[in-house]
Design a protein around this ligand. Structure first.
Ligand code: HEM
Length: 149
């Protein structure tokens, strides 16, 4: 029994490694991820983030929040974050959500305003509602870390 356990652990990384090497999601050669495709892959996500952030910084409800933010950096990080949330082969290198928004005293209304601006950006890009919801469902649980007031 002990010997079997050791052998299994010895071959597990080979099995997993092989599966990953052949997975289209990791090679990026063929994507079987309809949500990621509906956003137009990483370039499409970058355009949506660009539009969405341009809306945020012009949105009277929340624009004051972004007065001192590094907007190009924010766009780069949001693109990587959304790409990851949609199952793309990207790496998010920004800070965790709690740490990032700590001390901003954000309210539900701020969160909803941001979500609405990104919904308009997704509409502009023609992302079907069912795929918009894939992203929104991933963002929703972050509310606990972002909204503190
Ligand atoms: C689902 C909702 C949200 C997501 C996914 C999100 C995501 C992010 C990300 C990835 C960053 C960059 C992290 C880093 O600097 O390392 C960031 C920064 C920032 N976020 Fe959010 N955010 C959300 C909600 C909000 C809301 C509601 C506001 C205010 C209305 C806000 C204001 C900011 C500001 C001002 C920064 C820049 C901080 C800085 O430059 O130091 N965020 N956010």
């Amino acid at each position: 029994m002990r010997r079997f356990t050791l052998n299994l652990f010895a071959i597990l990384p080979i099995i997993v490694g092989t599966a990953q090497a052949q997975s289209p999601a990791t090679t990026g050669a063929i994507s079987s991820n309809p949500a990621f495709e509906a956003f137009g892959g990483e370039p499409g996500i970058a355009k949506i983030v660009d539009n969405g952030v341009n809306r945020l910084v012009a949105d009277d409800r929340i624009k004051a929040r972004f007065a001192t933010a590094n907007i190009p950096r924010l766009k780069t990080l949001l693109t990587a974050q959304f790409c990851t949330l949609l199952g793309g082969n990207c790496v998010y290198e920004g800070r965790p959500m709690k740490e990032t928004h700590d001390g901003m005293e954000l309210r539900n209304a701020d969160f909803n305003a941001l979500a609405e601006d990104f919904q308009f950006a997704m509409d502009d890009a023609g992302v079907p509602f069912r795929y918009q919801n894939v992203l929104l469902k991933q963002l929703a649980p972050m509310q606990h870390d972002i909204v503190t007031k």
